[in-house]
Design a protein around this ligand. Sequence first.
Ligand code: CP
Ligand code: NVA
Length: 301
Amino acid sequence: MKHLLKMLDLSSEEIIDILNLADQLKYELKHGIPHPHLKGKTLGMIFQKASTRTRVSFETGMYQLGGYPLFLSSNDLQIGRGEPVQDTARVLSRYIDGIMIRTFEQKEVEDLAEYGNIPIINGLTDFCHPCQVLADLMTIREFKGSFDGLKMCFIGDGNNMANSLIVGGLKVGMSVSIACPDDYQPPKVILDFAKEYGDKFEMTNSPKQAAKGADVLITDVWASMGQEEEAEKRRKAFAGYQINDELIAEAKEGAMVLHCLPAHREEEITEKVFEAHANEIFEEAENRLHAQKAVMVKLMA
Ligand code: CP
Ligand code: NVA
């Protein structure tokens, strides 16, 4: 494993390896056991979109690993004035030991990996959000003990989160069901991947069908970063794709609810369901830190 660009690139073994290391790092942190695996290393963090969790968890995580995080806003970098990613990659490769980037196009992240010679970590693109999904998988395993026989369902937009959850969920052995409106399905490359898993994958436009017997229900905002102008149109398209008590009633008793955050209460999830599952949702947010530390150690130590 040289980079973390998308879940499609990881083998099931690599995912489980990252989750195991994440569990260990979480244990060590909670028990005051130092783990300075990245002493003397520097991580550049390029943000072309807003962030709370990704920025703070990477920055803190790098510090806890003994390394140095460098926050690079695209507003201040020459990238924001049109310097090509290929050149930025070749320059940064000479100064720092790894790059985490949050941007729009997946191609930009793939280009950084191709032209630079240091590990690249995808901190979210329009296509996928692998760091979040590693944390989600870690949280599911933490609460459920194992992935065996679990059904995960995603309700809402076939977006970056849906894409990564479908791939990650299937790769660790869960059944995955997704409910989305016809015009908001995940891209073909994801559906083609999922088809190989036969009846372990289901896509429907009935949220109730997707939620039936589910062990884990997951949703995300209806308008992602960069789609703000379409928000009203999307609100109409996704009416009925809300995680609420009625939908929870279809799921298995004791089902978990996850949300990558930030959440829009009373849109994709009701306040009531959100607060009833706040312990799972905020553990999920915390696990960003541990999962990403594991990724950095695997790539940069
Ligand atoms: N879930 C997530 O990636 O949060 P931020 O946008 O705050 O980083
Ligand atoms: N789908 C959301 C996820 C935010 C973490 C977005 O891209 O804005």
